[in-house]
Write a protein that binds this ligand. Structure first.
Ligand code: C5P
Length: 395
């Protein structure tokens, strides 16, 4: 959207020094930017700098008759298409969650009906604190968009989550096209990640699935307005804030949860790398080392997605994934038919840099009568494209 009217609210964190760059890049992309600073922000970057880059007077006081005469604070709040608080400190996040309005920025945030986004930036310990997490949760539930934070080295020397997203990442988010709510009112259930099949109390059989693709699909379905159930095996990534997460371990756990949720869902996506076999017997005590060889007897796990697709009542639109190393189209089409799926998303995992554990992927979507190829892209973009394809099949 050209001429997007952005109020950039700067609060007092070291990342404020990046706001000059952020403002310049937003203006390059055709945004109008008005800057509001808290008192503590002025210790990190000067109002003069922000005035020079934005080309506008910087607002910092609620009680300034001259500023009020030029544009009253309510009028100011109405002017904005978006208020972006960047950096958003733990303090301003807490004030927003509590509805405190004790300076110009927090007052605008209460007085606006524009979109509001925040780019949290703080020490990793402050970010992880239960109070901050609860405040972010409150803001998210109210529709505030939470952009970031990123992870990495922090100005204080700590390493962890709490870095403000880079200016260009924020510019992309500000200028992103609004996503049409194609799945509003629909429920989407997604399985993701690996399963763990126990052998004894301390050992299991598993695989390298990172869960990234399934989590990206959950994020995409949420962006399209769906309610999302995410049935997840053990992974090391953060779940989207608004998904209902059901943490499971084994294929049997996942099967139970999937068959409970599938009949209440409009769409079911099996993205998990489910172990095909489990141990026939799970040893009650840790198995002892004995002999040079060990023979395990494995038995077949239920095929979760095939059981969902076989539902005779309340069967959701069922989408599977097929990771193949050869004859991708033939095997994928075979699974589409044998498992009675509505769509299968096939990827060639023999190609380096896509599929398992990677941030990128390429897919071909097969359904009964058509075939859509989606080239290599990051899993977030790919997930949104896949969800949109699924949505068009439902309409
Ligand atoms: O048969 P294959 O494992 O290649 O099929 C992949 C598809 O089937 C994926 O969608 C996967 O999540 C699903 N699947 C399942 N339960 C199994 C095995 C695979 O839901 N036991």
């Amino acid at each position: 959207m050209r001429n997007k009217k952005v109020v950039l609210g700067i609060s007092g964190g070291i990342a404020a020094y990046k706001c000059a760059e952020l403002t310049r890049r937003l203006k390059e992309r055709g945004c109008e930017v008005k800057v509001v600073m808290t008192d503590s922000a002025k210790h990190f970057i000067t109002p003069l700098t922000m005035q020079a880059v934005s080309g506008e007077m910087v607002s910092d006081s609620l009680l300034d008759p001259q500023a009020e005469a030029a544009m009253g604070h309510i009028e100011f709040a109405k002017w904005a298409d978006l208020i972006l608080v960047a950096p958003a400190t733990a303090n301003i996040i807490a004030k927003m969650a509590a509805g405190i309005a004790d300076d110009l920025l927090t007052t605008l945030l209460l007085a606006t009906d524009a979109d509001v986004a925040i780019a949290p930036a703080m020490n990793q310990q402050m970010y992880a604190h239960a109070a901050t997490q609860a405040n972010l949760h409150t803001l998210n539930a109210r529709g505030v968009q939470i952009w970031g934070p990123g992870s990495g080295e922090q100005a204080c020397g700590d390493v962890g989550a709490g870095r403000m997203l880079e200016p260009m990442e924020l510019v992309e988010l500000v200028c992103a096209e609004p996503v049409e709510q194609l799945l509003k009112g629909k429920t989407v259930t997604i399985t993701a990640g690996p399963t763990r099949e126990p052998l004894d109390p301390v050992r299991y059989i598993s695989n390298h699935s990172s869960g990234k693709m399934g989590y990206a699909l959950a994020e995409a379905a949420l962006a399209l307005g769906a309610n999302v159930n995410l049935i997840s095996g053990p992974v090391n990534i953060k779940a989207p804030a608004n998904a209902q997460v059901f943490a499971v371990q084994s294929a049997l756990d996942m099967h139970n949860q999937a068959l409970t949720l599938a009949p209440q869902s409009d769409i079911f996506i099996g993205c998990a790398a489910v172990a095909d076999y489990r141990a026939a017997d799970i040893a009650e005590q840790k198995m002892k080392k004995q002999g040079d060889e060990l023979t395990l007897t494995l038995v077949k796990n239920p095929d979760i997605i095939a059981d969902v697709a076989a539902l005779t009542q309340n069967r959701p639109f069922t989408v599977g994934f097929a990771a193949e190393t050869q004859d991708v189209a033939t095997y994928a089409k075979g699974k589409l038919k044998n498992k009675n799926l509505d769509m299968i998303c096939a990827n060639d995992v023999s190609v380096q840099g896509q599929g398992f554990n990677s941030d990128d992927n390429a897919l071909t979507l097969f359904s009964a009568h058509d075939e859509v190829s989606l080239g290599l892209m990051n899993k977030s973009k790919l997930a949104l494209t896949v969800m949109k394809e699924i949505a068009t099949k439902l309409i």
